[in-house]
Design a binder for this molecule. Structure first.
Ligand code: ADP
Ligand code: MG
Length: 139
């Protein structure tokens, strides 16, 4: 089943992520799809807060993964620059997905490997408005 939402500010998107986090216990994977500037990192900030982390959240573009320690450990991935799956092997990607919470920006090329996740698709409607689709992906 697929659910659709609208947010009207980055704060609303963060609050949405925080509320969403309350609905899933670890281990759990969130896949965030959307163009650059859609709000994937804003959503991740809210999700991390929902699991008790109140520090800084930013796209791990060059490091592939950031780890946020709260009530749960949140692994924040950005797969945009991954050239091949051996880079995922090298960091022990599959193991991280099996423990705690994982939030994955740019999952698209690796969806089969990632497996089941809550997929969040964010689309820019205007400068401040975002359309959000949440669906459970089983494959
Ligand atoms: P991404 O990680 O998808 O590249 P970011 O979360 O880093 O995107 O950036 C989203 C940008 O869009 C930020 O500059 C933010 O202030 C802006 N923005 C405006 N409206 C919204 C909204 N409703 N939700 C999320 N971000 C928004
Ligand atoms: Mg980002």
């Amino acid at each position: 089943m697929q659910k659709e939402f609208i947010t009207n500010s980055p704060e609303e998107t963060e609050a949405f992520g925080e509320a969403l986090a309350g609905q899933y216990v670890a281990p759990h994977v969130f896949c965030l799809t959307g163009d650059l500037g859609a709000g994937k990192t804003a959503m991740t900030r809210g999700i991390a807060r929902g699991y008790g982390f109140d520090g800084r959240v930013s796209s791990p573009t060059f490091t592939i993964m950031h780890v946020y320690e709260g009530a749960e450990t949140v692994h924040h991935f950005d797969l945009y620059r991954i050239a091949d799956e051996e880079e995922l092997d090298a960091i022990g990607f599959d193991g991280f997905l099996r423990e705690g919470i994982s939030v994955i920006e740019w999952p698209d090329d690796y969806e089969v490997r990632i497996g089941p996740c809550t997929r969040i698709t964010i689309t820019r409607v205007s400068d401040t408005k975002r359309h959000i689709i949440v669906e459970e992906k089983d494959v």
